[in-house]
Design a protein around this ligand. Structure first.
Ligand code: DON
Length: 570
């Protein structure tokens, strides 16, 4: 541990020197990269504007929960492919007193939803219906989520928190290169789904200023009239009329009924770390616990980072956890989940009995584990720590990039396609290739199973890390690899976030790796052992944002180089 502290100090010194050196560009290519550091507070999110607004709220005396509201809404303005009013999310928190909890503001199936709603008379799954347009939309939870968080923990008035966000929507923000491409790539589908032009069907180039007057008005109404403006008032009426015109089955009753829910997070130990993560209806905490608790039985620090043996251990643990996910997990308000059994040491050890370093266990030989006694009972992530000692991790989503692509011109926001996260037909993969079963079948008012994994980590009873990522099914494996990168492989937070990642989810029986970033010899070794490696796919895995508490109590952010992610602190 002493060596690790010394290395971190060296990184801090190097980065301070880099910040003040004209040779910064050259040095960054050759020295270990330390992320942005700060003394008192930090926000790291997908956009600089959102991190800035969150950080400024804390500079004005607000706490991490005030900053959560500001950052969440700012992302809806300047990162509209995932930031949202029309989607949902999860927050995990730890207060300065060490109290922990989780907030579920996941979307719900509408009252008129039913199990086979995406199947035709011949039982054929009509894929497009759960992915684009009105029928794909789940009842949005984000506005309920921010008000619930604010009501319990907020310290500044909602109006003060929303003011800078409304100004951002009115005055606009500059489009980045990545964003221009993303917006332009979706122009045709926006036009096709909405049958009309909007501010999103223009052609964009980097540096264009993007303003959204309609969204500024919507946010102003929420600021003036509170949560009920969205779920009962004028916004609700406009939203339901718009949705129903577009074949949605969401009614005013659905909006009125919606409630965000406080939940107990999933808490488990990995060696001397205490990990606090999201509970069902997200699969994140349980799957990560299964994978990390299994991994703890192998000396992966000795095997080395991304070596054949380390990858084998993680892939085999992932394969087995995702098989369990598919069978056992869903909305805990509708099904019984045998959490204790799934996380018991004996069960997890037994699951790995069929594993040998000699070769891959084919996924067709792996089913969900047997649990004898049933028990009764384009996403985005941001992390925030404040100067009072509170920490949060939040992952929020519309599901696909721009959700269902349905955009309300009057209200200025996109609607989710979260209904696709249900298992529309047992055995048929969803958008992320995930296979589900009855536990995640559609039912009125039910929440669809998620992989979102906002996570906090404690060490020595103190906050150590806050992290999470988008990436659908790859979220869970990205989060746990990032924790291992710092804990087992002594990386800085920024290095841990940037390091190449891999992913296995039981089915399809493929190890996805980030193209070009893995050693050719390791890939060959794995192939020789029977693993099918997908290394040609150019898409990256996840966009992790994280904050690490350094030994002196200051913070280091990891803002993923794969996106425009930026940390702002003071
Ligand atoms: O809740 C889930 O697991 C998905 N709806 C998350 C979607 C996602 O991460 C998309 N981002 N790349």
């Amino acid at each position: 541990m002493k060596l690790k502290n010394a290395l971190l100090c060296l990184f801090v010194l190097l980065s301070f020197w880099q910040c003040n050196s004209p040779q910064k560009e050259i040095l960054q290519a050759t020295t270990p990269v330390l992320g942005v550091t700060s003394q008192k507070a930090m926000v790291v999110s997908a956009r600089e504007e959102a991190s800035k607004i969150g950080s400024e709220i804390m500079q004005q005396g607000g706490n991490a929960f005030d900053a959560m509201v500001a950052t969440e809404m700012a992302l809806a303005v300047c990162y509209p492919n995932a930031g949202n009013l029309g989607g949902g999310g999860f927050m995990v928190y730890r207060t300065h007193k060490g109290e922990i909890g989780a907030l579920d503001y996941r979307e719900k199936a509408p009252l008129r939803a039913f199990k086979d709603m995406y199947l035709d008379q011949n039982n054929k799954y009509l894929q497009h219906k759960s992915k684009t347009g009105g029928l794909a939309v789940g009842v949005p939870g984000t506005i309920a989520g921010i008000f619930k968080a604010h009501q319990k923990f907020g310290s500044l008035p909602m109006q003060s928190i929303l003011r800078p966000v409304i100004l951002l929507a009115k005055n606009g923000f500059k489009i980045t290169e990545k964003q221009a491409k993303q917006f332009n790539d979706h122009r045709a589908v926006f036009k096709q789904v909405n049958q009309e032009n909007s501010i999103f069907t223009k052609k964009f180039k980097v540096g264009d200023v993007f303003k959204n007057e309609a969204l500024a008005n919507t946010l102003q109404q929420i600021s003036d009239n509170g949560r009920k403006a969205f779920y009962q008032g004028d916004i609700a009426k406009t939203l339901v009329a718009f949705l129903q015109k577009n074949k949605s089955i969401i009614s005013l009753k659905d909006l009125e009924n919606y409630q965000a829910i406080w939940r107990e997070p999933i808490v488990f130990n990995y060696k001397d770390l205490r990990i606090i993560s999201m509970s069902p209806p997200s699969s994140g905490g349980i799957c990560m616990a299964q994978i990390l608790k299994t991994t703890a039985n192998y000396p992966i620090a000795v095997y080395g980072h991304n070596t054949t043996k380390t990858i084998q251990v993680l892939v085999e643990a992932q394969r087995r956890a995702y098989a369990d996910r598919s069978h056992y997990l869903g909305d805990p308000d509708f099904i019984n989940i045998p959490v204790d059994s799934l996380l018991s040491d004996a069960y997890l050890k037994n699951r790995m009995d069929s594993f040998s370093f000699d070769g891959a266990t084919p996924s067709h030989q792996i089913k969900h584990g047997n649990i004898q006694a049933p028990e009764s009972k384009e996403t985005t992530h941001y992390s925030i720590v404040d100067s009072y000692g509170n920490a949060i991790a939040v992952t929020t989503t519309l599901n696909a990039s721009f959700g269902s692509k349905l955009y309300s011109k009057k209200l200025g926001f996109f609607l989710n396609n979260e209904m696709d996260d249900f298992s529309a037909k047992p055995g048929t993969p969803n958008l992320f290739g995930l296979i589900g079963a009855d536990a995640n079948a559609i039912a009125p008012q039910k929440r669809m199973l998620s992989s979102m994994t906002p996570t906090l980590v404690e060490k020595d009873n103190k906050l150590w890390m806050s992290l999470g990522t988008p990436g659908g099914s790859t979220i869970i494996t990205s989060v746990l690899q990032t924790i291992l990168n710092v804990y087992e492989f002594n990386m800085s937070m920024q290095q841990a976030v940037d390091a190449p990642r891999f992913h296995h989810q039981w089915l399809p029986d493929v190890v996805k790796v980030e193209a070009t970033s893995f050693d050719a010899k390791t890939i060959k070794n794995l192939e020789n052992k029977g693993y099918v490696i997908d290394y040609k796919n150019p898409s990256s895995i996840g966009t992790v944002d994280a904050i690490l508490v350094l030994p002196d109590g200051s913070f280091e952010a990891g803002a993923d180089k794969r996106g425009d992610d930026t940390a702002v602190g003071f």
